[in-house]
Design a binder for this molecule. Structure first.
Ligand SMILES: [Zn+2]
Length: 188
């Protein structure tokens, strides 16, 4: 089992790589997805890639433990918001450490959680998993949330829905057990 220190070092190294991809929602996410797939390949993790309605945008679903429905999912979106018009004092696509904090576009929202998911894989693989641990990587959270919609349809169609899901959105490290909901009216 990797030590907490090694895991933290791995998480930061992975985050450095993840933020280097400009996955602003308008862009294809395929370069990042391919990098994650190579990480999963290196660790012999089972996964499937599923395309969205636009070229170059993909969801990824990895499974540790038994390949079946149920179990626990960890989910993170890999797109981020634009940097144009913002007063960045450093390159937003290079991870920078300052006063013990890590800065980059998407470092908190939410490639940090995605990095933690990937860094946890070696530890998860040492556990006798009787139920699956699903890892979801989605596109287009910041603009339409369509990535998650496509993912859910796909996972349902393969009869692999988890029982529970942890979404790693930043919440000042306070667990939030449900979304407050949202209602949108579109005028035609
Ligand atoms: Zn987010």
């Amino acid at each position: 089992m990797t030590s907490p220190t090694t895991r933290l070092m791995n998480t930061v190294a992975i985050l450095e790589k993840l933020v280097s991809f400009d996955t602003t929602s308008r862009n294809p996410n395929v370069p990042l997805i391919e990098w994650v797939e190579s990480w999963l390949d290196d660790h012999d993790v089972t996964y499937t890639r599923h395309r969205g309605p636009e070229d170059g945008k993909w969801n990824l679903h990895a499974i540790l433990g038994p390949v079946e429905k149920g179990g626990l999912a960890f989910s993170g979106h890999v797109d981020c918001v634009p940097v144009e018009g913002q007063d960045w004092s450093r390159d937003p696509f290079v991870l920078t450490e300052l006063d013990g904090k890590l800065y980059a576009r998407g470092a908190a929202d939410m490639k940090g959680f995605v990095a933690a998911m990937l860094a946890a894989i070696p530890t998860l693989q040492t556990l006798p998993l009787r139920k699956p641990v699903h890892l979801f990587f989605t596109f287009d959270e910041e603009i339409t949330c369509n990535g998650a919609r496509y993912l859910i349809e796909d996972v349902k169609s393969r009869d692999l829905m988890p029982d529970y899901c942890v979404i790693g959105e930043p919440s000042l490290l306070s667990p939030i057990i449900a979304h407050k909901g949202r209602f949108t009216v579109r005028s035609m």
